[in-house]
Design a protein around this ligand. Structure first.
Ligand code: PLP
Length: 249
């Protein structure tokens, strides 16, 4: 029997099931990929708001990661909500021991309902973690916040912001276009020394929570199966579009 590919999910739980670990594992299962998990935070959420966040002690997050990495042949790591600067540091130290495993990082800052999911003082630590990732997947508001500009910007400005992160050492940035406007939602893959690659899908008049978790997990699933980055992003974008289409009735 052939071995199933395996992704370690490092993320927070969402009691509503709309985002976080539930979405990640649903997505990995859809790609036929096995999952292990390191829980970073337990959140109390409905689809309308975040009521409470308990961050898991950072050393316990690191221990979960090490146990998952010992128990399984992990092919890729997907990181979502990290909650605190100390957790980022703990996760970074584990990643240092596994430099060959590709890491996809969704830089979760807040929920779409407005709840804070990363402590505001953790941004500098997050920037350092970017250097250990094969890909980071900010949406337009996250990209603006991470590069110090508070406004949502037109595509050229978003590309400049992504290049800023690449110049600072990020290997690849996928700028998600879901928060933009226009008939298509276009995600842009920005990498050092490469032409920008665009991934477009028709913009649908539906909203769904957890699409960022879904996209990053789908990319990690494809990378775990040995795909190259651009193919993984294209397949993941198509997957999310299909999930949204099924709601479009
Ligand atoms: N809760 C958790 C635990 C998450 O990881 C995320 C996003 O990654 C969210 C909530 C935010 O989801 P949304 O913005 O789709 O509400």
């Amino acid at each position: 029997m052939t071995r199933k590919s395996h992704v370690l999910v490092v993320a927070g739980s969402d009691s509503s099931g709309g985002a976080g670990i539930v979405r990640d594992i649903e997505t990995l299962a859809a790609f036929g990929v096995k999952a292990s998990v390191a829980v970073t935070a337990v959140t109390v959420q409905t689809h309308h708001g975040v009521q409470h966040v308990d961050a898991i002690p950072p050393e316990r997050v690191a221990q979960q990661m090490r146990a998952a990495l010992t128990a399984n042949d992990v092919d890729a790591i997907k990181i979502g909500m990290l909650a605190t600067a100390a957790t980022i540091t703990a996760v970074a130290s584990v990643l240092t021991d596994h430099p060959d495993i590709p890491v996809v990082l969704d830089p979760v800052l807040a929920s779409s309902s407005g709840g804070i999911l990363l402590a505001p003082n953790a941004t500098a630590s997050l920037h350092r973690l970017f250097l250990q990732c094969a890909l980071i997947t900010p949406n337009l508001p996250e990209l603006s916040l991470l590069t110090g500009s508070m406004n949502e910007e037109p595509p050229e400005a978003a590309i400049a912001q992504a290049r800023e992160l690449v110049t600072a050492g990020a290997q690849a940035v996928l700028v998600k276009g879901g928060h933009g406007d226009g008939l298509e939602s276009v995600d842009m893959l920005v990498q050092a020394g490469c032409a920008i690659q665009g991934f477009a899908a028709p913009r649908l008049a539906v909203s769904m929570r957890g699409t960022g978790c879904m996209l990053a997990s789908a990319i990690a699933a494809r990378l775990a199966c040995g795909g190259d980055l651009a193919t993984a992003v294209g397949d993941a974008k198509a997957f999310v579009h299909n999930q949204l289409s099924e709601r479009n009735d």
